[in-house]
Design a protein around this ligand. Sequence first.
Ligand code: NAP
Length: 290
Amino acid sequence: MRVLITGAGGLVGRAVSEHCAAREDDVLTYDHRSLDITNVALVTATIDKQLPDVVINCAAWTDVDGCEFDHARSIAVNAQGPENLATASRKVGATLITISTDYVFDGTKKGFYTQRDDPNPKSSYGAAKLAGEQRSQQAFARTVVVRTGFIFGPGGTNFLSTVVERGMRGESMKAISDAWGTPTYAPHLAVRLRELAERDLPGVFHVVNSGDGASFEGFTRAALRAAGCDETKVETVTMESLHRPAPRPANSRLRCLLSEAIGLEPLPNWEDALQEYVASQKRAEMAAQS
Ligand SMILES: NC(=O)c1ccc[n+]([C@@H]2O[C@H](COP(=O)([O-])OP(=O)(O)OC[C@H]3O[C@@H](n4cnc5c(N)ncnc54)[C@H](OP(=O)(O)O)[C@@H]3O)[C@@H](O)[C@H]2O)c1
């Protein structure tokens, strides 16, 4: 498969690039510097020239609080960007997979959010991501939207990705106890994104690791236990106490109605995924020391 990956320098972009390369795809990686997805002329020229079978869009402006203060940039990257890619993919007949977020939901539901639930984003980031879903689908019927959330993995700079490393350094940390999501291991997400590229079935998919989900605090404690750092001090905090500019859903746990129906196995349980991540972090640390 000839796969063009945007946002290839990010957490998910790196995992997808590595997985596709391991599957011996013809991988064309573009980070922010080499392809700005807001630049419609460059997006069109690049896709025209490279003629990929599939475009996997991992690029986004993921600074949720930053998006509250710069709606124009949030819309340009998170809504116009996917539309640019959809229009360019349509021109050459490439499938487009674009990643969206659990933050399109308002968080008031008690159970898991499925494709039957209406999005109702509360943040500028969530609203722009939802607009990105809709605009890319309108521009190109062959668009696959993948909603995911609570991503962790190697090289990630977000809270969930850094817990293990910080625990191994003995650093204390604060963890939110009243926001729940479904943790998703970036390398597992990458496998599923490629499977969806092969299926070429348009629509909205929810892709997360299996299990009942976790709060940030629950994830943190599980990660520290898995890393053998139970002694690390974790201060429990509420979302409200942090006074962050962007509202976040209190519950954004996802479940998919479609994946199993098209024969895809559920992704491994998030706690097993976490063990895998901790083992990889420990291997990386040992390699760095030797
Ligand atoms: N992380 C999560 O927990 C989470 C949860 C739900 C959904 N998602 C979604 O998952 C996808 C991947 O996110 P991630 O976690 O991998 O985030 P990430 O690590 O922040 O990666 C996003 C990448 O996009 C790049 N980028 C920003 N603006 C761009 C532009 N205009 N053109 C091209 N590239 C641009 C960034 O480069 P610079 O840093 O150099 O600007 C960064 O390398 C996104 O769609 C995100 O909305 C993430």
